[in-house]
Design a protein around this ligand. Structure first.
Ligand code: 5GP
Length: 200
């Protein structure tokens, strides 16, 4: 007799959440984790200086450029990229272990990283956050006031090239109201969890 359990996904989902700088990925992710506390957020590595209130192991693992270089040589990263002048990387073993244990993970990474992950994990769920408008995106970036002037100009420009990657993604969510965007992400995760996979 047919056993439908053979058609269930065995590994955890890898959800890639990307979008232009300033779109509000952190706020949406925070709200989403409240709605789906069983999805685990990957703490990635960066050479960026911590901002006020950020802590190592909480927001990122903050490492020196030298340490990051050694980790690249040791193939520590599933992907790594230079974003807005700093290095960022996703720990390979953490993602693989969580996935193998059947736990769903979310990677909040830039578009270069997203594309690299999809190449290695073809069933990664690709979600792209968009702003209600470009004007609103610029307003959000400016209101953050965490970036020095030169950094802000770079992020405003980078945001436009980041948007061009949308065709590499599978789902688009407009971040108009944070709770609404987080709820849509939850709906996507529920749908993906229900996906029938070919029999094992
Ligand atoms: P921020 O410096 O504002 O925290 O992050 C800058 C950008 O780097 C964001 O788009 C963020 O999603 C991305 N990012 C964070 N961690 C990683 C990572 O491990 N890999 C890649 N490719 N991008 C990352």
């Amino acid at each position: 007799m047919l056993d439908w359990n053979n058609y269930r996904r065995r590994t955890g989902l890898v959800i890639v959440l990307s979008g232009p700088s300033g779109v509000g990925k952190d706020c949406v992710l925070e709200e989403f984790i409240k709605l789906c506390p069983d999805v685990r957020r990957c703490i990635t590595y960066t050479t960026r200086t911590p901002r006020a209130g950020e802590g190592s192991g909480k927001d990122y693992h903050f490492v020196s450029v030298e340490e990051f270089g050694r980790m690249v040589e040791d193939c520590w990263f599933l992907e790594f990229a230079e974003v807005h002048g700093n290095l960022y990387g996703t720990p390979r073993s953490w993602v693989e272990e969580e996935r193998a244990a059947g736990r769903d993970v979310v990677l909040k990474i830039d578009v270069q990283g997203g594309v690299a992950v999809k190449r290695q994990i073809p069933d990664a769920v690709m979600v792209f956050l968009v702003p209600p408008s470009l004007e609103e995106l610029d307003r959000r970036l400016r209101s953050r006031l965490t970036e020095a002037d030169a950094e802000l100009t770079k992020r405003l420009l980078d945001a436009r090239s980041e948007l061009a990657y949308i065709s590499s993604y599978e789902y688009m969510i407009e971040n108009d109201v944070v709770f609404g965007a987080a709820s849509k992400l939850r709906a996507i995760v529920i749908a993906e969890r229900s996906r029938i996979v070919s029999g094992h």
